[in-house]
Ligand binder design. Structure first.
Ligand code: PLP
Length: 287
């Protein structure tokens, strides 16, 4: 496989030469935040939204982010150029850096943060899950109580996805007190039989998805009725349609929850329309 060029703390290096300290707090303590921005035709989509959320995640954790949006855009674009990335994602991770030892306390503020970025080539527009939909299984939401911060503590979502795979499904929906919080790596939506789109309201319980925000705008432009509220697994199972949104999956229909088919078991019309509209709008807004 060809070597990607990745970014590590100010340098563009071949992936085999990339180095981060074993004392890095991202590695030892999951003391890090991240963003995933998608790329279509070599251009970034929803970039200001992703960088705005990165800034917020860092601020919530009192983590330094000594790069402004312009500097981060330059790094993203340089990686896209050096790797000739036409379609896929750019992954960015910021950690509190390394104080040269393991200690719970935050290091001095002059400890430089670690910034790592790399590209991932992937077909996003033409994807099987996008056209055929996915099957999800529910899992208890055993993540921490500040899911609005996009941290690299992803062990539980990884476990939930493995449980979904073991059950013959594609992904997991997290459930707390009988209500769906969100997908393991996406926001959850349903469409009621009277045509109302429902997605959970923003709070500490879910990640404020950037794709979610854009899809809400699109839904409004299409004069769809929207309610931001929690919904139960049973309500979703008997909904007209269900789908998920995320930077790398755009709008992806959900065709079954815990082996209960949604609607007629095929991707729904509204999900299909929203996916097409999101892709069109993203191409228009890409930078
Ligand atoms: N919720 C969780 C838990 C996620 O991990 C993600 C994306 O990784 C999302 C929602 C969707 O967010 P976005 O649309 O910004 O990719």
């Amino acid at each position: 496989m060809t070597q990607r060029t990745v970014y590590v703390n100010g340098e563009y290096v071949a992936e085999r030469d990339a180095r981060v300290s074993i004392f890095d707090r991202g590695f030892l303590l999951a003391d890090g935040v991240y963003e995933v921005s998608s790329v279509l035709e070599g251009k970034l989509i929803d970039f200001p939204g992703h960088m705005g959320r990165l800034k917020r995640s860092a601020a919530e954790l009192e983590m330094a982010l000594p790069w402004d949006e312009k500097a981060l855009l330059t790094i993203h674009r340089e990686l896209i150029r050096r790797n000739a990335l036409a379609e896929g994602m750019v992954y960015l991770q910021l950690t509190r850096g390394s104080a040269g030892d393991r200690d719970f306390g935050y290091p001095d503020t002059d400890t430089p943060p670690t910034l790592v970025l790399f590209t991932q080539a992937k077909s996003l527009v033409d994807s099987r899950s996008g056209s055929e939909g996915i099957r999800v299984v529910t899992q208890p939401d055993w993540r921490w109580a500040r899911r609005d911060i996009k941290t690299v503590q992803l062990l539980y979502p990884a476990m939930a996805k493995m449980a979904a795979k073991a059950a013959g499904a594609d992904d997991a929906w997290m459930v707390e007190d009988g209500m769906v919080t969100e997908g393991a790596s996406n926001n959850a939506w349903m469409l009621t039989h009277d045509g109302t789109l429902v997605t959970r309201e923003l709070s500490h319980a879910i990640l404020p998805g950037i794709t979610r925000a854009v899809v809400l705008e699109i839904a409004e432009a299409l004069s769809l009725r929207v309610e931001e509220r929690a919904f139960s697994v049973e309500e979703a199972q008997s909904a007209k349609e269900c789908f998920v949104t995320s930077a790398s999956s755009f709008v992806t229909p959900v065709i079954a929850i815990d082996d209960v088919s949604i609607g007629d078991g095929c991707p729904g019309e509204v999900a299909r329309r929203l996916r097409a509209a999101y892709i069109e709008e993203s191409r228009r807004r890409a930078i």
